[in-house]
Design a protein around this ligand. Structure first.
Ligand code: UDP
Length: 244
């Protein structure tokens, strides 16, 4: 009997506080399936971003238009659980790394945009050492003056990348990717602080803190200036508890 290939199930779109998020059995497979369909935008949603999307319509529209929204954060996973969706947390930094490694094997043309000039330099050196087959077709740091962006976008698109990782922070990375929707192909993903981590400038929280769902605390200790943004977390929890 012939063994039939089964397509990965299409992720189901759910919502947390009105913000869309996809429930997928395997986010990596969902991303590859998206690439096979011609590519699109991947958003990594956490509680802070959910609240930001409710306050910032441009960010809300970018997330609503995204092709794949993955639950990157204990708060979003918890909120989905209350709706009966049992999902695993899908850290964006892990999906992005897997896509880089997969892309290197498949000769994908990769583009990296964002982070400081020093971090970008360090990142390129580390990636050359750690993933020698990686084809970086375009790279640029993220502190360009406003007048430099149109030319940068033209050169980036002319490089015809298969995968573009963008570290400009929320909401800018999401709205910038969205703004290029009519001109781009391939997979485009906002990766926040991932370049800083891969370059060795910042550290990820240890696994035990992830297990205790207190990664936010590690982040706060490492970057105390985030405290104001983090006030969104209890507001998020309260809103989810009151929803229904
Ligand atoms: N960044 C940038 N250009 C800017 C502002 C920020 O390239 O004008 C970079 C910053 O250096 C860092 C990333 O964007 O590498 C944002 O990281 P952060 O951890 O703040 O991500 P967020 O939590 O905002 O997603």
């Amino acid at each position: 009997m012939a063994v039939m290939a089964t397509d990965p199930p299409v992720p189901m779109r759910s919502r947390v506080l009105g913000v869309p998020v996809d429930v997928a059995a395997d986010v990596f497979q969902a991303a590859l399936a998206l690439r096979d369909r011609g590519g699109g935008q991947i958003v990594t949603l956490n509680a802070e971003m959910t609240m930001a999307a409710r306050a910032n319509p441009e960010l809300g529209r970018a997330i609503a238009a995204a092709d794949l929204v993955i639950p990157d954060g204990a708060g979003v996973v918890w909120a989905l659980g209350r709706q009966g969706h049992r999902v695993r947390r899908a850290p964006g930094i892990e999906l992005a790394r897997r896509l880089l490694e997969h892309g290197a094997e498949r000769h994908w043309r990769v583009a990296l945009v964002g982070a400081s000039p020093a971090v970008m330099e360090q990142l390129l050196a580390r990636l050359r050492a750690e993933i020698p087959a990686l084809q970086v077709a375009f790279s640029s740091h993220g502190y360009q003056p406003p007048e430099a962006w149109p030319g940068l976008e033209d050169r980036l698109l002319a490089a015809r990348p298969d995968l573009v990782l963008v570290a400009l922070g929320v909401p800018r990375q999401e709205t910038w990717i969205r703004g290029l929707a009519s001109r781009r192909s391939g997979l485009w993903m906002g990766v926040g602080g991932s370049f800083d981590v891969w370059a060795g400038v910042k550290k990820r929280a240890p696994a035990w803190m992830g297990a205790l769902r207190i990664e936010w605390l590690y982040r706060l200790i490492q970057e105390p200036r985030r405290w104001r943004r983090m006030l969104a977390l209890p507001v998020f929890a309260w809103a989810v508890l009151r929803e229904r």
